[in-house]
Design a protein around this ligand. Structure first.
Ligand code: GLU
Length: 427
């Protein structure tokens, strides 16, 4: 049997997500001439909870798991952010992801602070019953700090609508009544919003469209490569395809596919859904490794897998002149500088993938009112808010002669700092 080349996205060993998040923050703080007191306040999470808990496995054995819920900033409203199930979850990674949520919510101007949760576990190795027990126990452990007015989790890497349903049920059982607003990204039959599942990928497509306008390049026929075929990547590919782009490359953790004439996106995604892997796809495409995928000839690259994918080691070989961050933290600061020196525009995660948390906000508003919107209404508001946020970041980047990331951070930090300043320091 031929050896299968591994395409699993690799993490750069020396740079943690937290290093990346803090470097990005410092660049914007320098530009804002933020004094040391503000930096000290915004560089650290406001609250962090680590939980260590047992789960009974199907064979009767008991395993210990470690989880986190970290609230970076609560000035603008309840904390908001997803829950990640992945073997590499660490305190520092969750902290970085929580910080990015603070800026993301502020960039699209929704009344939330930022948070993130995670459990160090490979969910693919658990049975459904084990996953449910793990989720319910973790939800119970963090229930001391979550709630519709305090902190509202949502899906992230390795979690989905079913996991959110279990969290909603666990929390509701403890309260004695249904509390749909405690999580977002639930199934619509439990108070989930129409359009939430696809919202992140849809927002990535809107951000790509707006960035192409700024670059004065046509969207129709633009060659797109999408790394990652999870919730974000698969819907990004679908929406970009629908906008008239030519999706020439896609990958998941098992394989990368390339066809310079354009892939049949519908058939690739159907295959992925049926087989849970792209590895044995037999349609017209050649197989590439994850490393090769990022360097394919294309106009737009959408890294929608994990952190630290574009690094100093490969950025020089990236051909795309537009990078739209579907994932959180896929580009290191060094890689970003190299890409920009080469004339590429990078649309940062805190803007590019904000469609997810935006529709999460719509879901929470609907849950609090027990009044639900049509899909058209959700889409109209998503379109309107994403387009406005893109325009604001673009205008700020022109005004302050800085890149999109720093421009987005400037907007976000100002909004968060304004809230803190007006509230004052308690007591
Ligand atoms: N996990 C997603 C993110 O990183 C969504 C968070 C949410 O909807 O609260 O933005």
């Amino acid at each position: 049997m031929p050896e299968r080349r591994t395409t699993t996205p690799q993490k750069a060993p020396h740079l943690s997500a937290l290093d990346v998040a803090l470097t990005q923050f410092d660049a914007a703080a320098d530009k804002l001439r933020l004094d040391d007191r503000w930096r000290a306040l915004l560089r650290v999470p406001q609250r962090e909870l680590r939980v260590q808990f047992p789960v009974v496995m199907d064979d009767g054995s008991v395993r210990m798991y470690t989880g986190y819920r970290i609230q970076h900033n609560l000035a603008r409203g309840p904390a908001k952010g997803g829950i990640r199930y992945h073997p590499d979850v660490t305190r520092d990674e969750v902290c970085a992801l929580a910080m990015w949520m603070t800026w993301k919510c502020a960039v699209v101007n929704i009344p939330y602070g930022g948070a993130k949760g995670g459990v160090a576990v490979d969910p693919k190795k658990l049975s459904t019953r084990e996953l449910e027990r793990l989720t319910r126990r973790y939800a119970s452990e963090i229930s001391i700090i979550i709630g519709p007015e305090q902190d509202i989790p949502a899906p992230d890497v390795g979690t989905d609508a079913q996991v959110m349903a279990w969290i909603m049920d666990t929390y509701s059982m403890q309260k004695g009544h249904a509390v749909p607003g405690v999580v977002t990204g639930k199934p619509p039959s439990l108070g989930g919003s129409l359009g939430r599942t696809q919202a992140t990928g849809q927002g990535v497509a809107i951000a790509t469209r707006e960035a192409m306008k700024r670059q004065k390049k046509p969207l129709t026929g633009a060659k797109v490569v999408v790394q990652g075929c999870g919730n974000v990547g698969s819907y990004a590919a679908r929406f970009l395809d629908a906008l008239g782009c030519k999706v020439v490359g896609v990958s998941d953790s098992t394989a990368g596919l390339f066809n310079p004439k354009g892939l049949d996106v519908g058939s690739v995604l159907q295959f992925k859904e049926a087989n849970n892997s792209l590895a044995d796809y037999r349609g017209s495409a050649e197989t590439v490794t994850n490393a090769e995928l990022l360097e394919l000839p294309c106009d737009v690259l959408v890294p929608a897998a994990m952190e630290n994918q574009l690094t100093a080691a490969n950025a020089r070989r990236v051909k795309a002149k537009l990078v739209v961050e579907g994932a959180n933290g896929p580009t290191t600061p060094e890689a970003e500088a190299i890409l920009e020196d080469g004339g590429a525009l990078v649309v940062p995660d805190v803007l590019a993938n904000a469609g997810g948390v935006l529709v999460s906000y719509f879901e929470w508003v609907q849950d609090l009112q027990f009044h639900f919107w049509t899909l058209d209404e959700v889409n109209r508001r998503l379109e309107e808010t994403m387009t406005r946020a893109c325009a604001e970041v673009s205008a700020r980047s022109e005004r302050d002669k800085t890149n999109f990331r720093t421009a987005a951070y400037l907007l976000a930090i100002e909004r968060v700092a304004e809230a803190i300043r007006l509230r004052g320091i308690y007591p």
